[in-house]
Design a protein around this ligand. Structure first.
Ligand code: FAD
Length: 445
């Protein structure tokens, strides 16, 4: 059964997240953007309000929410501040390798703590020299007895400067690419963990991003989330469950850009009338709304697949690259509708513009999502239509009236070069269109 309605619990969650966003996120967003800092107390308040870490399974003290509940909350928070939303929901990304891992000891140790105390957990595959190519990780993990010793640098770590724990992806041998990759849970206070300075950014300045350096950091075997050879798959499985949330960030932020532009267009006057009366403006608003609605549908579909035991990889990629690119188009048009004021810090559009720009980059760039989806359509997509060679193209006789299988002169021969269909007992000596010889014709079924 197809149903787009939220359950009463999901609706309640949406309204709760919306209220939190309007009361605690929106009022502080501009200030923290200006000073380039993460308002940690807002993250704590969101935790205390039960708006974070929802996906921790019930057996580890969590709520056992699905991906769908996560994207519902995410849209609301991102509508108020994409940066704070990124830092708030970074725990979902950081925790996912732990939840997916088979390391029961680590789950028992860390998940209840994250559920019950205010603990931040960050995620790190990226490094100064690589991001898209996860198989190219260089941070090294050297086996020492049953422990591993980490050396190297992870970069672009969201909440890297404020997190308590890290899901770290490293390699036992950079040359062996995917096969060498492993994953570990590392604590901030472990000897040899060095946190870099906060990286200054164009947007999402309310979200801390830092590098982390590991100098002979000893990780006990109890903290191995994926042994060598299983880390790459763990990272990919993580992304397939978290990418729809990036789409949800985009939906929330684009929705706000649309709302601000709508209000402005209905008030601003030019040539003796409201600018919303110009078709050039109202059609922009229509397309902006269309993009927000379409994006949300894709995000919900990917989440629904994840929550119903399907592999959401392709849908999550589609949702991510569609919604994040659509959001950039929406905020770009919103800025246009605001005219010169859109380009100033007096209105919220310029911040949204800077914040939204990031969505096409993190958790797999738009180019990487296109690689995933093109790989699927080229190699795994099951076509419904017959192959071109077998396509019935009867133009000379009506197949409903003549039994073509009985009529020898109705045998169809298709030129495999230009597609011309010849009817007759035999193929022609030469194609009358492209002049290729008889051998280029194939009997069509
Ligand atoms: C603010 C911020 C927060 C982030 N948070 C995190 C985090 O918490 N954890 C984490 O691990 N990472 C994080 N990242 C890193 C992010 O995931 C990477 O920046 C992203 O994956 C791209 O990697 P890169 O920057 O190394 O670009 P590169 O991989 O060097 O790519 C450069 C360009 O080449 C393109 N490209 C690369 N390969 C191909 C290809 N095969 N075909 C076509 N085009 C290609 C890319 O799409 C891009 O346009 C964050 C980044 C930012 C900016």
């Amino acid at each position: 059964m197809l149903d787009f309605t939220l359950t009463p619990e999901q609706t309640e969650l949406k309204l709760k997240a919306r209220e939190f966003a309007l009361k605690h996120v929106l009022p502080v967003a501009a200030y923290y953007d200006e000073i380039d800092e993460t308002p940690l107390y807002v993250l704590k308040k969101a935790f205390e309000s039960g708006l974070t870490n929802g996906e921790i399974p019930k057996e580890y003290g969590g709520k056992g929410y699905g991906v769908t509940e996560g994207v519902i909350i995410t849209e609301e928070i991102a509508a108020a501040c994409p940066g704070i939303a990124t830092s708030l929901f970074d725990n979902s990304l950081g925790m996912e390798p732990l939840i997916l891992s088979e390391n029961e000891h680590a789950k028992q140790k860390y998940l209840p703590k994250i559920a019950n105390e205010f603990k931040l957990i960050a995620f790190a595959t990226s490094e100064p020299m690589m991001g898209s190519d996860v198989s190219g990780i260089r941070c090294s993990a050297t086996k020492d007895g049953e422990d591993y010793i980490l050396n190297g640098t992870k970069y672009w770590v969201t909440n890297g400067g404020i997190a308590d724990y890290f899901s770290i992806f490293a390699t036992v041998d950079p040359k062996s690419q995917h096969e060498g990759i492993c994953a570990f849970l590392v604590e901030k206070n472990q000897e040899g963990v060095i946190i870099g300075k906060s990286i200054p950014k164009l947007g999402q300045r309310c979200s801390n991003t830092s590098g982390i350096h590991f100098n002979n950091v000893r990780v006990p075997k109890e903290n191995v989330l994926a042994p060598p050879g299983e880390g790459f798959v763990l990272a990919m499985k993580t992304f397939s469950r978290t990418r729809s949330a990036i789409g949800a960030f985009a939906v929330g932020a684009a929705r706000s850009a649309l709302e601000y532009a709508l209000e402005y267009a209905k008030k601003r006057r030019a040539f003796g009338t409201k600018i919303s009366n110009f078709q050039a403006i109202s059609f922009k608003l229509a397309e902006m709304y269309q993009k927000v609605e379409t994006s949300r549908l894709l995000v919900w579909k990917a989440s629904w697949e994840a929550d119903n035991g399907m592999d959401p990889t392709v849908s999550a990629s589609i949702a991510k690259f569609y919604a994040t690119e659509a959001a950039l188009e929406v905020v770009n048009e919103a800025l246009q509708i605001f005219g010169g004021y859109g380009y100033t810090k007096m209105y919220p559009i310029e911040k949204l513009y800077r914040d939204i720009r990031l969505y096409r980059i993190y958790e797999g760039t738009s180019e990487i999502q296109r690689m995933i989806v093109s790989g699927y359509v080229l190699n795994a997509y099951q076509a419904v239509m017959p192959a071109l060679d077998d396509l019935p193209l009867h133009r000379e006789k009506d197949p409903a009236e003549v039994d073509l299988t009985e009529d020898k002169n109705s045998t169809a021969w298709r030129c495999q070069i230009c597609g011309h269909v010849h009817y007759g007992e035999e193929a022609p000596e030469q194609c009358p269109y492209c002049f290729f010889p008889k051998a280029s014709f194939k009997k069509s079924s």
